[in-house]
Design a protein around this ligand. Sequence first.
Ligand code: BDR
Ligand code: CA
Length: 313
Amino acid sequence: MPPRKIIIDTDPGQDDAVAILLALASPEDMDVLGITAVAGNVRLELTQKNARIVCELAGKTDVPVFAGCDRPMGRQLVTAEHVHGKTGLDGPSLPDPTMRLQDQHAVDFIIETLRREDAGTVTLCVLGPLTNIATAFEKAPDVIERVQQIVLMGGAYFEVGNITPTAEFNVYVDPEAAEITFKSGVDIVVMPLDVTHKALVTRPRNDAFRDLGTPSGIAVAQMTDFFERFDKEKYGSSGAPLHDPCVTAYLIAPELFSGRHINVEIETQSDLTRGMTVADWWGVTDRPANATFIGDLDADGFFALLVERIGRL
Ligand code: BDR
Ligand code: CA
């Protein structure tokens, strides 16, 4: 099978960075057409810069990086420096990027790419708030049916929420964008907290990254060292959850994941439950299924894949 053509839409973020490294290390599985940055974990000036830092860390300076929306579709931006640090990539000390940012707006790149490539051959890997994706769908509805699949990190059912008691960060930040995406009719695979909280970097798993001895391996270990303190304190867990790499790992090894094809609706009206993913896991409504909602993964297989691939960089 030829590699799958993908666009990575992202708000790096240490876990976004690992997801991007995995994709860039896997050319036989993924052809990264471009990386589109969005405001989320930190402001857009930093997410687009961080995306370029990660490309340079991987030695892949030919991947075009675009800046997209600097705020949600209809709300104030909420960021997560309390999780990711001031830069969004706190942990390792990485040089400022020298590769340039593309002039084109990320939304226009997404539209143009979907129109240029054969219909049904481009997958959108979404690692942050869905603002760029929904804005593209609003601006150019003709591209919606051209998307092969959206694989996204967002939402929760059993784990409920991480930024509020009832919402996961990516969906919380821009619930209107999430609603547009989930109603689009595109084939969607969702990596909610239910699965990402099982992708935990334990001490031996982080040592395996560090022991690679390469700049990427060491940087991943240092990012995780920083990133884990938040979840350890909050959940008492044994390490950091690698949320976003679940998206790119799924494209390489979907057999590591299991879930259900169900209906998922987004709460946009209530202040109390803003951004909740109302997932009909138990099939108690007759609302049509619109997403494959992942619930479990083979964590050892997932980390073996990550270490093997990142070791190539
Ligand atoms: C998601 O929010 C961000 O903090 C992470 O990068 C991930 O995409 C987890 O809720
Ligand atoms: Ca992210």
